[in-house]
Write a protein that binds this ligand. Structure first.
Ligand SMILES: Cc1ncc(COP(=O)(O)O)c(C=O)c1O
Length: 222
């Protein structure tokens, strides 16, 4: 979650099966890794889960409010959300039987448009590009004296420490007041960190360099 790390799905799901548990994968950002041949191995074993959730408004870059849930057993979904009333004309296959609302706007439209416009290769390129920028960010930040990248950057999340928690929080405040880059504070493994997720298709290598330079300037003032 914090770090963009992926769980060992095959092992975890096997344990869950032994306890007859439903396995849900929250892949808000990371499920999209499965669309990239370079990153697909991170999602290995995930296909055995009962359900997945992801957000098209994160990695796919469509407007907010485009969450996606995929459930292996359609009957389970309909058992939870299906509503019957004689004035509802949709019948068993109606999409309203698979979501909490009876009426909703066409949230799937921008998702479908983005997928069709990108195509399989374009989607993989988008995901690889975001990861490349995150990796560039991590490499640049790690070279700044006094800055440590604390996570293994496998996807689009980068977390930094500036020494102790006080300095790390202060670095976040100075970055914010500098107006050039915003990192968000978090606690990871008991340690204060400043975190960023590289998620916009529009982020260029020059944007990342500029962010790294902003951090370098802040780190020099601590
Ligand atoms: C683990 C996790 N799940 C879900 C979400 C997204 O929530 P929502 O679908 O409300 O955008 C996030 C967003 O940061 C997340 O990190």
């Amino acid at each position: 979650m914090h770090s963009g790390a992926f769980d060992p799905f095959a092992d975890a799901i096997e344990i869950a099966r032994r306890h007859n548990a439903w396995v849900h994968v929250d892949g808000a950002f990371g499920l999209w890794a499965a669309a990239s041949p370079r990153l697909r191995h991170l999602t290995e074993g995930m296909d055995a889960a009962d359900s997945w959730a992801t957000d098209a408004h994160n990695t796919l870059n469509v407007p907010y409010d485009c969450g996606v849930a995929l459930v292996r057993d359609p009957a389970a979904l309909v058992a939870v959300f299906g509503v019957e009333a004689d004035y509802l004309i949709g019948g068993a296959g109606d999409p309203a039987g698979r979501v909490p609302e009876l009426f909703r706007r066409a949230r799937g439209f921008p998702v479908c448009a983005a997928l069709r416009s990108l195509g399989r290769d374009g989607l993989a390129a988008l995901i690889d590009q975001l990861c490349a920028r995150a990796s560039q960010m991590a490499t640049g930040l790690a070279q700044i004296p006094g800055v440590e990248v604390v996570n293994e950057v496998v996807f689009t999340q980068v977390m930094t420490s500036f020494g102790d928690d006080g300095r790390t929080a202060e670095a976040g405040r100075r970055l914010l007041s500098g107006g050039e880059a915003v990192f968000t504070p978090a606690t990871w493994r008991g340690r204060g960190v400043q975190r960023c997720s590289v998620l916009s298709w529009a982020t260029t290598p020059a944007d990342v360099d500029r962010t790294v330079e902003a951090v370098r300037r802040v780190a020099a003032t601590l």
